[in-house]
Design a protein around this ligand. Sequence first.
Ligand code: ARG
Length: 459
Amino acid sequence: MTKLWGGRFQQPTDPRMDRFNRSIDFDARLWEVDILGSQAYAHALAQVGVLTEEERDQILHGLEKIAEEWREGRFRLHPEDEDIHTAVERRLTELIGPVAGKLHTGRSRNDQVATDLRLYLCSALQDLELMLSDLQRTVVEVAERHIDLIMPGYTHLQPAQPVRFAHWLMSYFWMLQRDWARLEDMRRRVEVSPLGSGALAGTSLDMDRLALAQRLGFNRITENSMDAVSDRDFVAEFLFWAALLAVHLSRLSEDLIFFSNPSLGFIRLADAYTTGSSLMPQKKNPDAFELARGKAGRLIGHLAGFLTTLKGLPSTYNKDLQEDKEPLFDAIDTLKLALPVLSGAIATLEPQPERMARALDDAMLATDLADWLVAQGVPFRQSHHIVGQVVAEAERRGCPLSHLSLADLQAIYPGFTQDALQVWDFQRSVEQRRAVGGSAKVAVQVQIRRAKAILGVDL
Ligand code: ARG
């Protein structure tokens, strides 16, 4: 069996070089888009007269058979198949004879692989978009179901102010919404056809590249063949998108791991998304979230690795670019595994209202006491200082802030009145934050309504 490009070679390739060179082990999954690309290209070749209608139909028919073989798991790889493009062409030749050799006229694997990868990513983006929206829907549902629950909100991982559980959860909706918007935006840069760029210099055939692109569902074509064959910005951009989404999922997971820790116990995770310990019978480990957190490292690695591959490449195609596929495919696969698991784990978690309530501490209302003073006309800086003294006094006595009497407060600042004692109420505190984006019930309801409108869920 001779190589596709074997004409000028006198010696066989070292088998170790063959193994090093081949990408078929990971690019076989491009079979479908590779065949779609070739079918569209056959039409374009017929339009410019390189193929007769009969030849075109032979090729289309042969490609259809190959697609069937792949679909039914009957496609047999040949040891000489270097990549998916050569495998399909080799098989086409076996099926329809030498006319198969006309398909590659004016085309190079350089514009072919760039086209394949863009097509593949387009369809992956569709799947990921659905999965991401699904997770967002779950987040909104769970937030809405538990809108009345109040728990500590944290900064520096220290108890800070009371917030609604729903407010906390919805904070992730908005992160995911930015991921969703970035995906939409990125799509416009993926859906561009490089086909008809040849190896680097363009094609000598008088092709209607736009019509060819449109046949593949692209609505734009690349403007410069040298850029087109080596542009992998869309891969890098996707990897960044994936890495940032993974960072969001990782942070969400970290919060949930923290909340599910028995010492807090704010949520209980369903058995379906946890695992046990082989040694300690009591353990229930939040593996779903730990894995989601861990996978972020891998996705960030793909981005860093691939940018490093691109850096310093001379213009047009270089074989280094074959390194685009494994990180891209792995990022897609990883997210496709993680997103539905997170949806399931969040949909089935059970908040524990008493544990949340028990974790609320008067100290989280210190800001409310300062706000009360501000409402009496005390400048915030001064009120902050006064309440600091109140906190110190409670600490000295080893009692909660609310156990200080009015007289105790007045000893620190004479302006305190009976009315000030009303601040020792978590519900009241949360309800004070009614402005858009705040934790009051109405404000969280506004968020949820906006989120549902974005998701197209019935109000
Ligand atoms: N397997 C190659 C890749 O993934 C296809 C393009 C090969 N082009 C070439 N000039 N050798 O990038």
